[in-house]
Design a protein. Structure first.
Length: 74
């Protein structure tokens, strides 16, 4: 019995935890701005050991906050 070899790429797994730098890139802000938003409590994080990581759902929450602020400011 032989196994067929395919050229299909393995399925990619969506990243669910982002370092601050990668989250800032996703959001479209600079690293310093991301850290400032974390300090202000507007962008939530989790700790894994000494690392501060941002779950994808917290990025979505932050984007929703920005949208709500834009609507309220108009």
């Amino acid at each position: 019995m032989t196994t067929a070899v395919t050229d299909a790429a393995p399925p990619t797994v969506a990243r669910r935890l982002h370092c601050v730098e990668s989250a800032a890139e996703v959001i479209g802000v600079g690293r310093s701005t991301a850290y400032e938003e974390i300090r202000l409590g507007r962008l939530r994080t989790v700790r894994v050991g000494r690392r501060r990581l941002i779950p994808t759902e917290y990025i979505e929450e932050y984007i929703d906050l920005l949208k709500a602020e834009a609507i309220n400011a108009a």
